[in-house]
Ligand binder design. Structure first.
Ligand code: BTN
Length: 337
């Protein structure tokens, strides 16, 4: 999507008609350039109506992310993190990871967040694609220069799940559950996912990139791209939260969690994680990376974040692989989200 398209979309964000002449005059460009920049946007899930004699109207305008508003909602926490909002990037995780690699040890020792209105190559866990459309999700990554050695970060992705549930609960959203290791679910449908990537040596402090994709108000185009059961904030919130406020509340909970994790690791979050666990004490099927499967009962979580499953061969500590609830068709083979 071109910068001109973003400029025009911002001008159309009020949902009113704007004539091609007025838009052209404001930007000092031809009506043909406008028509060109606003064509073919339905592939992003955007509906622009063009009515002869009236002009252009954006039928489903998004609420744009705004750095100042996010900082305002963060209040006293605004000084704890640098905030950057991008219009379009391939992947916020890839960009921050590259930044961490380029900057090396001399890089910023300050937490940073990069949020994007549109990701063109969003990545999920296990090589999957993370699908989202312009402004229909929150897609952001936090760069955290951790004091902990890379090998002392186990369980972090689960703690991120706890922070997300806390944030949503503080905005009145109940019954949000977690699926090991870090899917966020509502009634068995995926609401958010977490992708953690690390840069550094196993034994020394490293940089952590925490990527979060949260379905906000998915367009039909985005929904059609996703191969598993999904939901979004618009479907579950009684009062639709402001998108900037939602991001700020998530960041507040992430900062709080990271400060505790930095000192104590995952242990302080174990009980709460189990409380939110969608499959606690339920019959599950474990799918191992080598393709084998095992059945058992998910009995809990270890302080290092391993899922404990009681099988016929005793307790199995699961550190990689996927689990699904027995009897429920799950997304283990899905390639998207
Ligand atoms: C998953 O459930 O598979 C994890 C999804 C993580 C998606 C987020 S969106 C922001 C960040 N940038 C990416 O490319 N991926 C993560």
């Amino acid at each position: 999507m071109k910068p001109l398209t973003f400029t025009l979309l911002r001008m159309l964000s009020d949902g009113n008609y704007h004539s091609g002449t007025a838009l052209g005059q404001a930007l000092n460009i031809s009506r043909a350039s406008i028509s060109n920049a606003l064509s073919d946007l339905d592939r992003y899930g955007l509906t622009i109506h063009r009515v002869h004699g009236r002009g252009y109207r954006w039928l489903n305008p998004v609420q744009w992310l705004d750095r100042d508003q996010i900082r305002g909602y963060l209040a006293e926490d605004a000084s704890a993190i640098e905030i950057e909002v991008a219009e379009i990037v391939e992947s916020t995780n890839s960009l921050l990871l590259q930044r961490a690699i380029d900057q090396g040890a001399s890089g910023s020792r300050f937490k940073q967040v990069l949020a994007a209105e549109l990701q063109t190559q969003g990545r999920g866990r296990r090589g999957r694609i993370w699908s989202s459309g312009l402004g229909d999700s929150l897609t952001f990554s936090v760069l955290w220069p951790s004091q902990r050695a890379v090998n002392a970060l186990s369980g972090l992705s689960l703690a991120v799940g706890v922070a997300i549930v806390r944030a949503l609960a503080s905005l009145g959203m109940q019954n949000i559950l977690l699926k090991w290791p870090n899917d966020v679910l509502f009634e068995h449908s995926k609401l958010a996912g977490v992708l953690i990537e690390l840069h550094g040596d196993m034994l020394s402090p490293g940089t952590v990139i925490i990527g979060i994709g949260l379905n906000f108000k998915l367009s039909d185009t985005t929904k059609d791209q996703i191969e598993q059961k999904i939901t979004d904030i618009a479907s579950i919130a009684r009062h639709m939260p402001d998108r900037n406020q939602l991001l700020a509340v998530l960041l507040k909970e992430l900062i709080k969690m990271l400060n505790i994790f930095e000192l104590h690791g995952f242990e302080p979050f174990v009980k709460e994680w189990e409380h939110y666990h969608a499959y606690q004490n339920k019959a599950v099927q474990i799918s191992f990376p080598d393709g084998t499967v095992k059945n058992g009962i998910a009995v809990g979580i270890a302080p290092d974040g391993a899922l404990q499953v009681n099988t016929s061969a005793g307790i199995v500590q699961l550190r990689s692989g996927e689990i699904s609830l027995r009897g429920l068709t799950q997304e283990t083979s899905a390639k998207h989200q």
